[in-house]
Ligand binder design. Sequence first.
Ligand SMILES: Cc1cc2nc3c(=O)[nH]c(=O)nc-3n(C[C@H](O)[C@H](O)[C@H](O)COP(=O)(O)O)c2cc1C
Length: 211
Amino acid sequence: MDLRRVRKEYENRGLYEDDLVSDPIDQFKIWYSEIEEVGYLEPNAMVLSTVDKSGSPSGRNVLLKEVREDGFFFFTNYESRKAKDIENNEKVSLTFSWNELRRQVSIEGTAEKIPEIESDEYWAMRPHETKIGSLVSNQSSRIPSREELDTAFETQELKWRGDEVPRPHHWGGYKVSPNFIEFWQGRQNRLHDRIGYELTVQGWIFTRLSP
Ligand SMILES: Cc1cc2nc3c(=O)[nH]c(=O)nc-3n(C[C@H](O)[C@H](O)[C@H](O)COP(=O)(O)O)c2cc1C
């Protein structure tokens, strides 16, 4: 496999300042509906990057579950590695790769836990088995075997059969409040378009960045 020879030319109309709306959250929603329209698999998957106490970065996919004027929402285990990172350093980034349209959206901001009531609301919408899965997973911890996980699942599945599974305290949502959002559109000859929105005291302003 020689990845150096893999080369794709990107042909499309590009991204021009006149096409953009002034609020990057609205712009995100426009691009989100366009990637949804092409049937892209899990367009709401985003790489959440965090840094630990020593400054070492790590990234993993999580699913975007809501976008509002005030931020981007995802759900996870509050005792996981990413949660510990956030506890120590609220600065995070989110990266969406929407290759079907040769697009990328990069977001930088701060993460905070959402109110319990909002986590309860989304928990209530999750399928029963998914709730059991979250209940038994001690996310990010070392475990001896797959069997142990399956056994824990079966035990809890029996226990909660026919009953509503309560949200465990170790599970809930985060909101990422953005201060920078970049829209990247792949173009020919690697002369891609990049427009970065920065949050200033006057509100959002955007500038073009060199590819
Ligand atoms: C497409 C995709 C979506 C995922 N969505 C979530 C999610 O919404 N929440 C979550 O906790 N983990 C999600 N995961 C699993 C995480 O990538 C990760 O393995 C897990 O959260 C543990 O991360 P940590 O040990 O760095 O905290 C997803 C994985 C993939 C591949």
